[in-house]
Design a protein around this ligand. Structure first.
Ligand code: ARG
Length: 244
């Protein structure tokens, strides 16, 4: 009898927890393999699995919203999304407007050119067209280190909402090179006719962003991250997306 009651209680609590679990809207920019991309109409990738794993351990649901990378922080501020996970670098500027989880990945910036191109690192200098994704740290690097330094003309920077378009422009010869995060550049070099010709050591760390002051959610994310690491789930994800 006691046992039946216990089972009843468990079933009840499961139903309750399913029904009452909060759903957080998670924004991403699904143009960044292997972190987030679209496959068979679904949002997949390391970040997508990571946020789902965190959600599972912390008992919340997630709903993914794809948008341009530079819309993520405004969307967080406006309350359109609750979480942004998009291989987003933790920067001092961004920390003024959003809060970041503990770092979960590290990256530098790479320069990629077409596979058969003769360009080397010197593509960054002079009269060339360099593609970046608007508002990314790659965009900032090119703007601060090349344009402001007078090495590249402002008109030489081609800004794209999505890396899909930047890659297309590179492949059809509209631009000469793209500056983007090293893990993503390496992935593109495996699956597209492009090659890495330079690494710019920027020492970036990726974090998951929430609205400034949303400490309750931030704590859940950090706690979840810790558990995903200690349970071995993190290593499985690394194998899945970065293993050979
Ligand atoms: N890490 C870079 C940044 O924070 C690029 C991120 C781009 N992410 C994306 N999902 N397209 O600016």
């Amino acid at each position: 009898m006691k046992r039946n009651f216990l089972v009843f209680l468990i079933v009840l609590s499961v139903i309750f927890s399913m029904g009452l679990a909060t759903t957080y809207v998670v924004g991403t920019s699904a143009d960044f393999p292997p972190f987030e991309y679209v496959q068979n109409g679904k949002y997949v990738g390391f970040d997508m699995d990571l946020i789902n794993a965190i959600a599972k351990t912390e008992g919340f649901n997630v709903q993914i919203r794809d948008m341009a990378f530079d819309s993520l922080i405004p969307a967080l501020k406006a309350g359109v999304i609750d979480i942004a996970i998009a291989g987003m670098t933790i920067t001092k500027e961004r920390q003024k407007v959003v809060d970041f989880s503990n770092p979960y990945w590290f990256a530098d910036q790479d320069v990629i050119v077409g596979k058969n191109s003769k360009y080397t690192v010197t593509v960054l200098f002079g009269n060339h067209k360099i593609g970046v994704q608007t508002g990314t740290t790659g965009d900032l690097w090119v703007t601060n280190n090349l344009v402001k330094a007078g090495i590249l003309k402002e008109t030489g920077v081609k800004r794209y909402q999505s890396f899909i378009y930047a890659l297309q422009a590179l492949l059809n010869g509209a631009i000469d090179a793209v500056v983007l995060d090293s893990p993503v550049a390496e992935r593109f070099a495996q699956v597209k006719p492009v090659k890495v010709v330079a690494i710019l050591i920027t020492g970036e760390s990726y974090g998951i962003a929430v609205r400034k002051g949303n400490t309750a959610l931030l704590n859940k994310l950090n706690d979840g991250l810790k558990k995903v690491k200690s349970s071995g789930k993190m290593s499985k994800l690394i194998d899945k997306y970065f293993g050979k």
